[in-house]
Design a protein around this ligand. Structure first.
Ligand code: FEO
Ligand code: CA
Ligand code: CA
Ligand code: CA
Length: 603
């Protein structure tokens, strides 16, 4: 009976029906409860959430916006108490603030300094203690000494690794080039084997401003000495107007500030007073995440995708090995070898080291030291001939395999395909499985295989590839985050953005079989409300709890939502999930999934 419940896969749950509406849905027999919403208190003395009185000060004591990565650090052996570490990637002004609506990005006329600083306070991360009560339900411990907000407005961070102290890292506020305030656009992340919380800085370019525009309204970089690097990174993106009030985000005034973002940040969640560290040794790019694994030889290996069309997959291998001394472990990300992936047509792949003096990475080509490689990682990877990918998102290592989410790339033209990215106009993405030789994640060479090509298998032109047990509800598009559960099974969350009308289904969580005859078969377990993407699938070690992060509800693609068909605003959102209170806008939230009556999930 159990095998039947899994439809030929190892995942024993009745599959959910695909679709889209105003709320979330979970497979029959499971509960999905709200744990933390945007604006919920993180401290005992935090002010209650009032969307009409929101301010930076209030927001600094409350749960931030757009929860993405979720990590869990247990505080007791039974795992009934622990620290939830949550990234707040970005903000959606149009549904956060009354009267703002969809702004013209040319001038952001509606944004004020107060709004900009509230947004800054809603970015970053939250560490909060949670505990599981006798009733089996998780609750936030508001009085915990561990609770913390990390933001780009307030949190001082150390810069370490090869770029620390380099001239290109120095600014008016930091003449030494070794300290920066805050972290930006923290998408996914990771928990290290020694229990620290890694926050990946993804679309940092969007936060930088210039007043110098060309005739077409695009940034004019002609006066910028670092124009080539800025261009390669998309700086300045002008997605937010913070640079109007905070000069460090204006490249006309502070051209080095962008060089101080785009890294992996390490936070010690056990010490709320600790200064987070930006590790430049892991390179600068649009890091989607930073999932790690302890290699058999004791070194730590971290995989990270650069989420941009035609950008690359990276790997960091520490120089030192993991030991019993936690403080020493926290120095492991300061020194090591960063490599970029080249996928060969014969099913092998090579990790190309980004090391100064090797191959073309010399002064003649503009790389004067390892610091230049740490800052201009993309330019260095270009020179090495890395394989341009279809937007690498989360990369999830397991013991013998690594799963690489490639979310989509509609700009890949016929003729631009390569073996690892075989579909032109790849609207739905695919997932690559790397095979790790003898479990050695530091190996120079691995092999690879595409495990699924996403999209509707019923439409021949899509060119999808799924395992045989995939139902009409089970296929998906745009894989983004991934988790391997306590039983070694793979789960995928999706982010279709505003293109969900192409599939007619909301983003959700899918269980993906990686072995046996059903390899490549997918089953739908949870789906989001309209306009949301799903992030942060995170299982506890006992497999009894699953944390899910529903990001930006009521925003993406609402103009195509039947019966709504307009842009969402604070006053008129496509959904008021999860409160469904006419006085409340939609609120990004973390949910807790448990099996009704208790027990392990999908077993
Ligand atoms: Fe923030 Fe790559 O998704
Ligand atoms: Ca993502
Ligand atoms: Ca993950
Ligand atoms: Ca995404």
């Amino acid at each position: 009976a159990r095998a039947a419940a899994g439809g030929g896969t190892r995942f024993a749950f009745p599959e959910l029906a695909a679709g889209i509406d105003e709320t979330h849905h979970i497979a029959e027999g499971y509960d999905a409860r709200i744990l933390l919403r945007w604006g919920d208190p993180v401290f005992a003395d935090a002010p209650p959430f009032d969307p009409h009185r929101q301010s930076a000060e209030r927001q600094l004591a409350q749960f931030g916006y757009n929860n993405d990565y979720v990590g869990f650090v247990p505080l007791d052996p039974a795992g009934r108490r622990g620290l939830l570490c949550v990234n707040h990637e970005y903000t959606n002004e149009e549904v956060m603030f009354p009267g703002l609506g969809r702004q013209d990005r040319a001038d952001f006329a509606g944004t004020t300094k107060a709004i900009a600083e509230t947004e800054m306070a809603a970015h970053g991360g939250t560490v909060v203690e949670i505990a599981r009560g006798a009733d089996g339900h998780w609750a936030v411990e508001l009085a915990s000494r561990y609770n913390r907000r990390i933001t780009p407005l307030t949190t001082r961070m150390a810069i370490d690794g090869p770029a620390a102290g380099h001239d290109r890292m120095k600014t008016a506020a930091d003449a030494a080039g070794t300290e920066v305030i805050g972290t930006l656009n923290n998408c996914a992340g990771g928990i290290t084997p020694w229990g620290t919380y890694l926050m990946a800085e993804e679309n940092f370019h969007g936060y930088f401003w210039t007043d110098r525009l060309d005739a077409d309204g695009r940034p004019d970089l002609s006066a910028q000495p670092q124009a080539a690097a800025m261009k390669r990174y998309g700086v300045p993106g002008r997605w937010y107007a913070w640079g109007k009030w905070h000069e460090r985000f204006n490249i006309d005034i502070e051209p080095n500030e962008p060089n101080r973002f785009g890294y992996i940040v390490e936070v010690d969640p056990l010490d709320p007073e600790s200064r987070p560290v930006k590790h430049t040794a892991l390179g600068r790019f649009r890091h989607e995440g930073a999932e790690s694994i302890a290699n058999p030889d004791g070194r730590v290996v971290i995989y990270s995708g650069d989420d941009n069309r035609f950008d690359y997959l990276y790997r960091f291998v520490s120089a030192g090995t993991i030991g019993a001394d936690r403080a020493a472990n926290m120095a492991l990300l300061s020194e090591g070898t960063l490599s970029v992936a080249r996928f060969n047509d014969d099913g092998s792949m090579d990790w190309l080291p980004l090391v100064h003096g090797h191959g073309p990475l010399t002064a003649e080509n503009g790389f004067h030291s390892q610091a230049d490689i740490a800052i201009d990682t993309r330019l260095a990877a270009d020179l090495l001939g890395a394989t341009p990918m279809d937007r690498p998102e989360d990369v999830q290592p397991g013991e013998g395999h690594v799963y690489v989410m490639l979310t989509n790339n509609t700009r890949r033209r016929p003729g631009d395909e390569n073996a690892a990215n075989p579909r032109p106009e790849n609207r739905f993405g695919h997932i690559i499985e790397l095979a790790v030789p003898e479990g050695d994640h530091a190996a120079d060479r691995m092999t690879w295989e595409i495990i699924v090509k996403c999209g509707d298998p019923a439409i021949a032109e899509v060119g999808a590839q799924w395992g045989p047990a995939t139902s009409e509800n089970g296929w998906f598009g745009s894989p983004d985050n991934a988790a391997i559960d306590a039983m070694g099974r793979l789960w995928i969350s999706t982010d279709q953005g505003s293109s969900w009308p192409r599939t007619g289904r909301a983003d959700g969580l899918y269980a993906l079989e990686t072995g046996g005859e059903a390899r490549g078969s997918s089953r739908l377990f949870f789906r989001c409300p309209i306009g949301a993407e799903l992030c942060g699938p995170c299982f506890t070690a006992d497999q009894e709890t699953l944390f899910l992060a529903v990001q930006h509800p009521g925003t993406d693609g609402t103009t195509s939502y039947p019966g709504f068909e307009r842009a969402s605003t604070f006053e008129d959102p496509a959904t008021r999930w999860p409160d469904f209170d006419p006085a409340m806008p939609p609120r990004p939230s973390v949910l807790v999934v448990t099996k009704r009556g208790g027990g392990r999930i999908a077993v």
